[in-house]
Design a protein around this ligand. Sequence first.
Ligand code: ADP
Ligand code: MG
Length: 153
Amino acid sequence: SESIQLTLAGEARMVAFGRLLADACQGYGTVYLQGNLGAGKTTLCRGVLRGFGYEGAVKSPTYTLVEPYEMEQASVYHFDLYRLGDPEELDFLGVRDYFDSPSLCLIEWPDRGKGFLPAADIILSIEYLPEARIVTVDPQTGHGRAICKTIAG
Ligand code: ADP
Ligand code: MG
């Protein structure tokens, strides 16, 4: 199929892969991040933000649910929906504006927001190994396929 699978040994490689994803997406799109707690979803998001020149701290927005990063090169919205009680609550966070403007949405635990999120351009799944991670990138749209092509080089 068109999906890509990579084995990344060490946090630095996950960050580097995030930078590559930042380059590949051209500043917009929706990425669903699948994987258990500790899989490396937030580490990957940090890499994406580094790719856009953001040098500050990146933490999972576990309690605020979304962290906006409005930068020169792109607007990135990082979601962590682990603690979202009901998908409808997303409407009260004012996230419509995020979805309507050209932006990159990185969404941890997207299943919790089902029906209230934009469709994914790519679904990125992270599998845990003791000292590495297996990352699978599954394109869902034309934009997603273009991103995968760029990543595959
Ligand atoms: P999540 O957001 O999925 O809960 P985090 O990114 O917060 O996960 O934490 C993942 C942990 O795994 C961190 O301690 C990070 O250093 C480590 N990690 C991330 N990517 C890799 C990798 N490719 N190989 C080994 N360890 C990794
Ligand atoms: Mg996280």
